[in-house]
Structures are given as structure tokens and as C-alpha cells.
Write a protein that binds this ligand. Structure first.
Ligand code: SF4
Length: 388
């Protein structure tokens, strides 16, 4: 690696799914066959490759450290298209020796051939959207797969040589009990090949089918949700998964490096519809208008928002993102450059939350305590108040 090259991560958005899940508010559309043999897939891939080429021209001094294909359902696209995107990325940017390349896959959308193509293309981490091991719950969620599809996908992935695999799980589902959730967790940990588990609570977003269905009730109570949250930690930690972020657990050495870049505020470029980036302390987001995106001729034309972060903004982001990590944040780095009222304000919030037992200071770092992790949003809001 040449010394002057700066590291960056690359996110690639594939906005197509087999069909829309009932709770989903991600930027994704149902499409029967979004590959380069269809007009839509062809146009999307063309725009993506164009954006990639323009991006490489704009950032010639970058080396790629992690890549993440997210969506949508990247595994719904042809694996050959994914391989073409990887080839283009490699041709335009140098990669670090151990670049992590993740791809989100839906159980039931991968087969032997796809996995072989992924492996040859350099993908070395798979993230399966399992959500639940109970078919009844998968049906309620509107997922396209059943649990057996996941088991089969995992077997195929193992046979193809993948060693770094995540499963996404979702708690607080309609009708779900704490015992149901515990069963989902225990089933997941029984697959030794899973080195990483992300466990999030269902959040009902306006505009989704779930919002209409459950806005007046039918979901587990707040107490049950809390209990599930605690069971998650208990079960996963007892099987050797270490919690490194509020909702993410990994066997040692298998933390998702790409997501760590987000939480540690590293540089990343987002390519594709609606993708967000943060490069050299400037945050920007691509348009979520698919027509506009596909007509891309220059980068400025697809930017929906651009925000240059000032010192205050950067400092608050360090709290908002860094406190999500169980290792917390370096206190002196957080306070460096803070003067007068800003420094006073930050010191006050830190001491207040330490005295409330929500933050703890250890080896120069401040981090959330167990209770603080439960109330992370409240702690973070304390640091936000200065700017309201
Ligand atoms: S697979 Fe994921 S992105 Fe696609 S509709 Fe379902 S939740 Fe949304």
C-alpha cells in the first residue's frame, strides 16, 4: 500500500427485492428479475458503473478497505452483475490486502452457482436476513423465505467456503412472546458457522403495511420488548458472541469492519439509489428518484443533500455514533478543540451521566454502562440539547 493512500469503505445499494415485506420502509422495489438481461437491471447497473467511474476520478488517492452490497436484496440480482460491479471497483481502486466484502442475501435467493460466483468475485462475508426461525412469524413479516430455506442457504454457503456469516434477527414481532424470541436465538446459535448476529427490535414505520395493521396495538408490550432485549444479550453472550455495538454481536475477530467504519466515523462512499456517504467530513446523499438516478451524467446531478460538518457537528456525531459501541469513545479526542461553553457543556453532560450510572470512565474512554445501553437514546439526547 502506498503511504499517501487514504482508506475508505464502499457501500453499494441494490434497490430490488422479490416482493416488499410488510414492515419494510427501506428504499427498495419489488422486481421479478432485476438483472442486466432486463431493461431496468441494465439501466441501473449502467448508472451504478458510471457513478463508480466518476467517483474514482474524484477520489484518486483512496484505497478500499471494506465493501458492502446492501439493499434491497443484492442476492436477488444476477451474481454475474455483482461480479461485474466488483471487477469495475477493482479496476478503479486499489484494495487493501484483507478487504472485507459483504453481501446481504435473502434466504431462498441463493444457490450453488450464485455462491460460487460471489466467492470468485471476492465476496468474503455473507449477511442473511433470517429475522426469525418460526415460519409463522416469517409469514406475518411478509418474508419470501421459510426457515428451511435459511438452513439450506447456510449449508450451501458453508460448502462454497464462506467462513464469515451473519444472520439478522428481529424481535418484538406481532404476537411474539419472550419465550418465542429465546427459541429463535437458541436456534440461531446452534449454527456454529454463524460468526455474527445482529438483533434488532421491530420498529413500525409510517407508510408500511404494518403501520396500518398495528398502529392501534397487537405488538408485544414495552416490558416484553425490554425483556427480549435482555434475553438477547444473555443467550448470545453465553454462546461466545460478544456484544460490540448496541444490537450487534460477534465471535472474537468477526466484528463487521464495514459497520465499524460508520460508527467510528471513517470515510465511506455510498453508490446507488439513495445511498449516503461521508468523505472528508462532508455528508451527502444520492437522490431516491430512480429515474433521475438512471439518467446520471455527473455526480452533482444526483446529490439530494450535501452537508459540510463543522466542529460542533463532528463532536456530536462522535457521541451519537461512538457511544453505540461497547468500547465507547476516547474522552480527550472528543474534547480536543472544544473551548469555552462547548467544553463546559460536554464536561457537564459526561459528569451528569456518570453520576446517574449511565456512563462510566475507563482508561481514558467514556462508555455506556449496562443501564446506559438500555437508555442510550436518552444519554445521546443530553449531548444534542446544546444545538436545539
Ligand atoms: S427483503 Fe429487506 S429490503 Fe427487501 S422488502 Fe424485505 S425488508 Fe425490505
Amino acid at each position: 500500500m502506498q503511504p499517501e493512500m487514504k482508506r475508505m469503505s464502499v457501500y453499494i445499494h441494490i434497490p430490488y427485492c422479490v416482493r416488499k415485506c410488510a414492515y419494510c420502509d427501506f428504499l427498495s422495489f419489488p422486481d421479478a428479475s432485476p438483472d442486466s438481461l432486463t431493461q431496468t437491471g441494465k439501466e441501473y447497473k449502467k448508472a451504478l458503473l458510471k457513478e463508480l467511474e466518476l467517483t474514482a476520478r474524484k477520489y484518486p488517492d483512496r484505497i478500499v478497505d471494506t465493501v458492502f452490497f446492501g439493499g434491497g436484496t443484492p442476492s436477488h440480482m444476477s451474481a454475474f452483475d455483482i461480479a461485474d460491479i466488483m471487477d469495475a471497483l477493482r479496476a478503479l481502486f486499489p484494495f487493501s490486502d484483507d478487504t472485507e466484502v459483504s453481501l446481504e442475501a435473502n434466504p431462498g435467493t441463493v444457490d450453488e452457482e450464485k455462491l460460487r460466483v460471489y466467492k470468485d468475485a471476492g465476496i468474503n462475508r455473507l449477511s442473511f436476513g433470517l429475522q426469525s426461525s418460526h415460519d409463522k412469524e416469517l409469514k406475518i413479516l411478509g418474508r419470501i423465505h421459510v426457515f428451511d430455506d435459511f438452513v439450506r442457504s447456510l449449508e450451501l454457503a458453508e460448502m462454497a467456503g464462506f467462513k464469515n456469516i451473519n444472520a439478522d434477527l428481529m424481535s418484538a414481532l406481532p404476537g411474539q412472546t419472550v419465550k418465542d424470541w429465546e427459541d429463535v436465538l437458541r436456534t440461531a446459535v446452534s449454527f456454529k458457522i454463524l460468526k455474527h448476529i445482529s438483533a434488532y427490535s421491530l420498529i413500525i414505520e409510517e407508510g408500511t403495511a404494518f403501520y396500518e395493521r398495528y398502529k392501534d396495538g397487537g405488538l408485544p408490550s414495552e416490558e416484553a420488548d425490554r425483556e427480549m432485549y435482555h434475553v438477547t444479550r444473555e443467550v448470545l453472550e453465553s454462546y461466545g458472541y460478544e456484544r460490540y455495538e448496541i444490537s450487534n454481536y460477534a465471535k472474537p475477530g468477526y466484528e463487521c469492519r464495514h459497520n465499524l467504519v460508520y460508527w467510528n466515523r471513517g470515510d465511506y462512499i455510498g453508490l446507488g439509489l439513495g445511498a449516503s456517504s461521508c468523505m472528508d467530513e462532508v455528508r451527502f446523499t444520492n437522490t431516491s428518484d430512480i429515474r433521475k438516478y438512471m439518467e446520471l451524467t455527473d455526480l452533482a446531478g444526483i446529490r439530494e443533500s450535501v452537508e459540510e460538518l463543522d466542529d460542533d457537528g463532528i463532536r456530536f456525531e462522535k457521541v451519537m455514533l461512538g457511544l453505540r459501541l461497547t468500547e465507547g469513545i476516547d474522552e480527550s479526542e472528543l474534547l480536543s478543540g472544544a473551548e469555552g461553553l462547548t467544553e463546559k457543556f460536554y464536561r457537564e453532560q459526561i459528569e451528569k451521566n456518570i453520576s446517574l450510572g449511565l456512563l462510566v470512565r475507563e482508561n481514558g474512554r467514556i462508555k455506556l454502562t449496562d443501564e446506559g445501553l438500555d437508555l442510550a437514546d436518552h444519554v445521546i439526547m443530553d449531548f444534542c440539547n446544546r444545538f436545539t
